[in-house]
Design a protein around this ligand. Structure first.
Ligand SMILES: Nc1ncnc2c1ncn2[C@@H]1O[C@H](COP(=O)(O)OP(=O)(O)OP(=O)(O)O)[C@@H](O)[C@H]1O
Length: 251
């Protein structure tokens, strides 16, 4: 099995505050890796290193190595635009732009790629089909993306991200703001998408982690306490803290 991402001895700082300690984690290609742990343990911080989005804030810094396809993306000469195209990110709350459904998906394509109108239309359709929402929206592509339901909005945002053809999808609690039925639809979608993408998902929902992920990493106080196959972590964890968290004894 290929390793797509390898975090090696990562430390992370918000100004003087150290939030991550010596994080090492391998992420397998075309698998879903769940990142779990109690609030404030560093899950989002860890994810934000993979596309160097933290650099938008001048006082945040990472130390260590973060290999993607074997290349250390923390080095100075990395093309951040290329990196962020390769590593797409989906957030907790669906964030459609205040524009039509079509333009929500077409916008980043127009911005970053030199494509003809026809190619853009094709890519928009491909992305909307890819998130299983095409049939629901094909007759109202000119309507506002904001008029969709929460679950549909989140699928639209995933379509927008995959239209740019990334290789990695980072998802920070992508279903925490939507209802249980829409959540199950997104979970089905992720199982389909992993054939094409490597997916890393932060979740507070243990059932969700158990249902959809192949691998799991358990974070606690900025450290990765345990990682490995989800089956093993959930049925036979090595660390007592992992077991306590998974069985709901703290959170
Ligand atoms: N912008 C920031 N400035 C300073 N400290 C921060 C900032 N963002 C997060 N932290 C701190 O870093 C630590 C890790 O936070 P992070 O948001 O990564 O945790 P998390 O596990 O994702 O939490 P949650 O599950 O609540 O989203 C916490 O101690 C938090 O207070």
């Amino acid at each position: 099995m290929g390793i797509k991402i390898s975090a090696q001895n990562i430390n992370f700082f918000y100004g003087p505050h150290q939030a991550l300690f010596d994080n090492s984690l391998d992420i397998e290609e075309n698998k879903i890796t769940a990142v779990i742990g109690p609030s404030g343990c560093g899950k989002s911080t860890h994810l934000r290193i993979y596309n160097r989005i933290y650099e938008l804030y001048h006082d945040q810094r990472a130390e260590g190595k973060l290999l993607i396809d074997g290349k250390n993306i923390l080095e100075k000469d990395v093309d951040l635009l290329k990196l962020r195209r390769k590593v797409g990110m989906i957030f907790q709350k669906p964030t459609p732009f205040p524009m039509s459904i079509f333009d929500n998906v077409a916008y980043p394509l127009k911005l970053h790629f030199n494509l003809s109108k026809k190619e853009i239309s094709e890519r928009v359709e491909e992305a909307l089909r890819g998130v299983s929402i095409w049939d629901e929206v094909k007759d109202k592509l000119k309507k506002s993306g904001l008029a969709l339901s929460g679950g549909q909005q989140q699928r639209l945002c995933i379509a927008r991200t995959i239209a740019a053809r990334p290789e990695i999808l980072l998802m920070d609690e992508p279903t925490s703001a939507i209802d249980p039925i829409a959540t199950l639809k997104i979970e089905d979608l992720l199982l389909k998408l992993k054939e094409r993408f490597t997916i890393v998902i932060v979740t507070h929902n243990m059932q969700q982690a158990a249902r959809i992920s192949d691998n799991t990493a358990f974070f606690y106080k900025g450290k990765i306490i345990e990682s490995g196959s989800t089956k093993k972590i959930f049925t036979n964890p090595e660390n007592k803290k992992t077991e306590e968290y998974i069985t709901g004894r703290f959170g």
